[in-house]
Design a protein around this ligand. Sequence first.
Ligand code: ATP
Ligand code: MG
Length: 175
Amino acid sequence: GPVDLNRVVAEAVDRLRLTAEARDIRLKAGGRVDAVVHGDADQLMTAVRNLVDNAVRYSPDGTTVGIGLSSRDGLAQITVTDQGVGISPEEQGRVFERFYRVDGARSRQTGGTGLGLSIVKHVVINHGGEVTLWSQPGRGSTFTIRLPEWEEPAVRGAAPVEPPSTERRGGRAAV
Ligand code: ATP
Ligand code: MG
C-alpha cells in the first residue's frame, strides 16, 4: 500500500536518537515534503534505519548526521550524510555485499555483521528503486535512496487505460 516517507524517516531517526545522543552526534532531519511510495513501511524503515545506524556508528563523536527527503519528477529521494571515516573508492563497490566489512580491526571494534547495507539494497531494489554512495575517506559519506513515487489513482485514471489493440501491440501507441 501507500507509504508516507516522512513517517518512515521520522521513525528511523527516532530509533537512533538515544544512540546518537550518547555520542553527542546531532541527527539533523530536513523538512517535510510530499513523498509517498508504494510498498512496505517496515522494510523501508529498516533500510533507512540501517543507513542512519551506519552514519552514526562510523562517525566520530560530536559530528552531525543529516537525513534529507525530497521529491522530484516522480522520484522520492532520501539522503543520509555523515562526517565520518568515509569509504575508499576501491571499497565503495563492495560494501553492499553480504558480510563485507571494511578494515577488520575497525569493524571488530564497532561490532556488526556486515549485513546492513545488503539489506538496504535488497529492500530498495524490491521497491523498484536504487541506492547509491558518494564518499571521501576522512571526510564522510552520503548514501542516497531513490524510489518511484506512488501515483494517485485519480492521476492514473487521467490517462485512459485501454485494452491493447492490434496497432498498439509492440508497446508504442500511434498518436
Ligand atoms: P551491520 O550488519 O550491523 O549493519 P555493518 O555495519 O558492518 O554491520 P553494513 O551496514 O553492511 O555492515 O556496512 C558494511 C561496511 O561498510 C561496514 O562494516 C563499514 O566498514 C562500511 N560502512 C558502512 N556505512 C558506512 C559509513 N556511513 N561510513 C563509513 N563506512 C561505512
Ligand atoms: Mg551497518
